[in-house]
Design a protein around this ligand. Sequence first.
Ligand code: GUN
Length: 279
Amino acid sequence: MLIDGKQIAAEIKEELKQKVEHLKEEGISVGLAVIRVGEDPASKVYVRNKEKACEYVGIHTNTIVLPEDTTEEQLLKLVEKLNHDNGIHGILVQLPLPKQIDESKILLAIDPKKDVDGFHPVNVGKMVIGEKTFLPCTPAGIVEMLKRSDIGIAGKECVVIGRSNIVGKPMALLMLRENATVTVAHSKTKDLKEVAKRADILISAIGKANFVTADYVKPGAVVIDVGMNRNEEGKLCGDVDFESVSPIASAITPVPGGVGPMTVTMLLVNCVRSVENNS
Ligand code: GUN
């Protein structure tokens, strides 16, 4: 079975469109501020995709593009201004930031009530202890995609490959919250193949093109590919070698059209939640 992230994302966007419409009738226009610093080509594409998705469901965006040599102080000032802007319900600072800026300081400055990425330490803490909060978009999108595909999570062996703050770590926590038995594997894991093979649900977020081949996958496993890599020919491809893995997996996400559209959609979900929780 192919897990069609694009289709599931489209369903959620239709639901959101209606919610946004209702809020408009109540006089509330949902607003997201997106800050991009510098001209990183991948960030440009990601930000453009987020703007387009917002526009589609009726969320208004205010994208602020700052030059590569922006100082930490300048960016902190802008975040502070947006924290107090009543028309803005979500603030997203596109990562990575130029090296003169300390990412953690910026994330800490965002009002947790507007932190639609779910990266503020207060929101990360709430996620860890299972309190209601903004959840990071990629892991939350994966859980939503599994649920909407009727793939049970409770009691399953889940192996997450990768331990980043944006994907791997929160992914492991959300699968734990859904009562999976969770293993986090990474570049220092011994016998990665053997560990990955234990998985009923294998989630790869390592950033290496076609790394996960059939010998990492138990027959019948569900395989979720978070990778967004370019191969030697410059073609977009995931972490998973789709050709060899798809015949043995019971379900698999494609790249593109799998996790990516879900990530953007969960950002929209978080923007609408921000209004519902704070107004
Ligand atoms: N860079 C890569 N992924 C993300 C994301 O989900 N949010 C932000 N803000 N930056 C990113």
